[in-house]
Design a protein around this ligand. Structure first.
Ligand code: NAD
Ligand code: HJL
Length: 218
């Protein structure tokens, strides 16, 4: 199973401002993201992205099929009025929760038409989730669209094969702004995974799109 992380960030490495604005990619770059989605079996985001962006996670800007939408949501907090749950009967949607989710919320999410996968006691067990997506659902290509906490988990667990980052000609600043990779972080730079730059694209909007192959954590 191939796992790709895709995100857009400012020159100073932010994927959202401290107040949650993540309007970063140009229209051209968003078309590339939608093409990426159309070529993926599933697109995965963290619950904080859902709460901040209320995303549809569908293919709209180009022709192509919708991927299955997966939300990593340990406590089952996804709102009933979220676009994802409101359209869960039209576009297959999976909520990955942990034992922290109440039976009431699990049932509420199922009633909305989404499937629930339980994996993990506290945080969602991402390794177990990805294994289920591969073995139970037969998914071959997973697109992780953030945010920063989910990107950390996927990278730190060594689950990512590719990282695609769009650097927009913008600066967000803000010591509390969300960065590309959040989480506990490494003490030493050398502890983190290594990346091989495979391709660089420049867009008409002056963005740089960097395509990395992910090595294993050293
Ligand atoms: N610019 C971009 O490309 C981009 C992409 C996605 C999100 N964003 C922005 O990022 C922000 C959200 O990012 P974030 O880092 O706060 O949260 P996130 O979207 O990565 O969600 C993290 C949350 O998911 C849940 N979770 C459960 N198990 C987990 C696990 N094993 N690993 C990680 N998370 C787990 C936890 O509640 C955790 O706090 C929003 O402002 C959004 O707009 C930007
Ligand atoms: N590549 C990229 N550039 C951005 O500028 C941005 N904000 C995101 N954010 C990732 C997130 O998962 C969803 O792309 C958005 O929340 C919007 O998703 P929709 O258009 O509603 O499907 N991703």
């Amino acid at each position: 199973m191939k796992v790709t992380i895709n995100a857009a960030m400012t020159i100073d490495g932010k994927i959202a401002t401290a107040s949650g604005d993540s309007t970063i990619s140009s229209k051209d770059d968003l078309k590339r993201v939608h093409r990426l989605r159309a070529g993926s079996d599933a697109v995965v985001v963290g619950i904080s992205t859902v709460l901040a962006d209320d995303p549809q996670l569908t293919v709209r800007l180009v022709r192509g099929k919708n991927p299955v939408r997966v939300v990593v949501d340990s406590r089952g907090r996804i709102p009933d009025d979220s676009q994802l749950l409101r359209t869960a009967r039209k576009v297959r949607t999976i909520v990955a929760a942990s034992m922290q989710a109440s039976a009431v919320d699990v049932e509420r999410i199922r009633q909305a038409g989404a499937e629930v996968i339980l994996a993990g006691n506290e945080a969602v067990d991402i390794k177990a989730l990805f294994s289920a997506l591969k073995k139970k659902m037969g998914f071959k290509k997973i697109l992780v669209e953030g945010g920063g906490e989910l990107n950390w988990s996927v990278l730190n667990l060594g689950l990512a094969d590719e990282l695609i980052v769009t650097i927009a000609p913008r600066v967000a600043g803000g010591r509390l702004a969300t960065t590309l990779v959040e989480g506990d972080g490494y003490d030493a730079i050398s502890q983190g995974p290594k990346f091989r730059l495979a391709r660089v694209q420049k867009t008409r909007a002056g963005e740089l799109v960097l395509f990395y192959k992910v090595g294993k954590n050293t």
